[in-house]
Each structure stands twice: as C-alpha cells, then as structure tokens.
Design a protein around this ligand. Structure first.
Ligand code: C2E
Ligand code: MG
Ligand code: MG
Ligand code: MG
Length: 282
C-alpha cells in the first residue's frame, strides 16, 4: 500500500515536470527548425507621438510560425532560447532582418523613422555583439541613430565594467538605447546618472489600470518626471484605450505604443499606416 501510494505520489509530482520538459523540447525543436527554414518573421508596432498622433518609429517583435501555421508568442520561446543559447543565432537573425527592413523603408523615403529592437542580456554580453552590429549597420548603410536597442533593467543594473564599455561602444556607433519594462526590474536608479540611456519605456503593468488606480498614477507620473529630469524620451507601453491615451498625454508623456493605436503588424501593414501618417487619429 505504501509502495503504491509512493508510486502514485511519484506520478502526481512527476507528470507535470515531464510535461514541462516535453513542452520545452517541442518548443526548442520548433525554434531550431524555424532558424533553419526561415519561418521566423518580424512584426512591427508603431510608436506614436502623443502630441501630434503621428508615427515616429516602430518596435520590431519576433514571431515564429509553427508547422500548423499558427504564430508562437516570443514570451514562450525567448526564455527557452536564452536557456539553450539559441538566442545568439536568433538575435542575430532578428537584428539583421530588422536592419534590412529599416534600410528598405529609408529607401522608400521614411528616413526620419527610428526602429527599436529588443536585445537579450545574453546577446548583449557576447563579446562579438558590438562589432557584429557595426558590420550590419555598415552593410545596410543605416546610420546608427535610426536604430534603438531595448535592454531591460537587469542588464543595466549590473553596471559591470564590460557592460558599461559595451554601452559606450554602442553610443559611439550612434545607436540609441532604451530601458524596456522600466520600473519592473531592479529598483536601483543609480545607473540613470551613469549610463548613456536615451529612453525609458513605462511597463504595460503600470498603464493597464490608468487613470483609475492611484498607485499606478503615482508610478507613471514619477517615471515621466524622472525622464524629464534626466532629459530622456519616455514611452508608455500597452495603451489600450482613449482614457489611458488622454491621461498620459496630459501627464506630459511624449510617446506611446499599444493596441489603441495598432497591434504589432507585418511590414506591409505598417507601410499602410505610415502612408496615412498615423496609427489612429489623435
Ligand atoms: P516587450 O519588448 O515589452 O514588448 C511589448 C509586448 O507587449 C509585445 O508582446 C506586444 O505585442 C505587447 N503589446 C503591445 N501593445 C499592447 C497592448 O496594448 N496590450 C497588450 N496586452 N499587449 C501589448 P510580444 O510581441 O508577445 O513580445 C513579448 C516580449 O517578448 C517582449 O516584450 C520582449 O521582451 C520579448 N521579445 C519580443 N520580440 C523579441 C525579440 O526580437 N528579441 C528579444 N530578445 N525579445 C523579444
Ligand atoms: Mg520591447
Ligand atoms: Mg516592454
Ligand atoms: Mg519585455
């Protein structure tokens, strides 16, 4: 009886773990296949200037097409790509695809448009990261200032000699730097005075319950003030309705992204929005 119970207990604990492992293996295989067969793509979410309602840039967000044709969310495969080291070839693919697209848009006349690309800490810490990026910028003939790299607080809070040198080398290329999901990571703000940052991106979790939630109002207002004090650009993420948009605009938040303006869309769909000049009338 005890043995049977033991076995049952074993099964009860082990099954979810085994399922997790199987799921991980499946996603890893899908990711390897996607890298080989180019079933990766980029979607682009417009960045809106809140005063004018115009599109001033976009964020590239990777998508993976599964064998059944469905799109797999990066939230599920980026952590796994980081765990397995696949983030390096994946990150390389993303950067070069993003820069090729940006070069094409610039040739089409959209030449004051900044494209943001998310960079994983593992990718950033790689010694070849900056030289590779410099080469890609040169090949695509894109001036560095039209590329913005989004890093999370974890990478910056480190403040290691290598990390600081890496950021300075990126600035030497003219590349812009943004802190993604600002306010959700390490609480140390000391890096703001030391590191060459250009933009803070207010995490969606603080925007969700605006303008009704007093705590989120206080946090959002503080981030906008910090940005102004440090002379940084500031972007609110995840704006889904007009009340949020109006509130952020009145607060003096310069720019925003979110479903209210546009979901992330394929390149051709972004071009349609660019031709119209805006994501949604201001
Ligand atoms: P993130 O960089 O903070 O990107 C914003 C995420 O919020 C995107 O999800 C976007 O689709 C979603 N979003 C934008 N507006 C709204 C909105 O109004 N409402 C809601 N509910 N969501 C909104 P996505 O594309 O699934 O990406 C999730 C995360 O995966 C990203 O968060 C980023 O951390 C990571 N990621 C995406 N693409 C890449 C990439 O190319 N490289 C790396 N290293 N990470 C990436
Ligand atoms: Mg981002
Ligand atoms: Mg974010
Ligand atoms: Mg994120």
């Amino acid at each position: 009886e005890a043995k049977r119970q033991g076995r049952n207990r074993f099964t009860w604990f082990a099954a979810p773990l085994a399922e997790q492992a199987a799921h991980k293996r499946k996603v890893e295989m899908q990711l390897r296949a996607a890298l080989e067969h180019e079933s990766l793509s980029l979607h682009f979410q417009p960045l809106i200037d809140l005063a004018s309602g115009r599109i001033i840039g976009a964020e590239a967000l990777v998508r993976m097409r599964a064998a059944d044709g469905s799109l797999v969310s990066p939230a599920s495969f980026i952590p796994l790509a980081e765990e397995t080291g696949l983030i390096l070839p994946l990150g390389d693919w993303i950067l070069s695809a993003a820069l090729r697209q940006l070069a094409q848009w610039r040739r089409a006349g959209w030449d004051d448009f900044v494209l943001a690309v998310n960079i994983s800490g593992i990718q950033f810490r790689q010694s070849q990261f900056v030289p590779r990026l410099a080469e890609m910028l040169e090949v695509c003939a894109v001036p560095g200032r039209f590329l913005e790299l989004e890093l999370t607080e974890g990478v910056l809070a480190e403040q290691s000699v290598d990390a600081i040198a890496g950021l300075q080398q990126l600035k030497a290329l003219g590349v812009r730097l943004a802190i993604d999901d600002f306010g959700t990571g390490y609480s140390s703000l000391s890096y703001l005075k030391r590191l060459p940052i250009d933009r803070l991106k207010i995490d969606r979790s603080f925007v969700d319950d605006l303008p009704g939630h007093a705590g989120d109002v206080a946090i959002t207002r503080s981030i906008v003030h910090i940005a102004r004090a440090f002379d940084l650009a500031v972007t609110a993420e995840g704006v889904e309705n007009q009340a949020q948009r109006d509130f952020l605009r009145e607060l003096g938040c310069q720019s925003a992204q979110g479903y209210w303006f546009s979901k992330p869309v394929p390149a051709e769909a972004l071009e349609v929005l660019l031709r119209e000049g805006h994501g949604r009338p201001a």
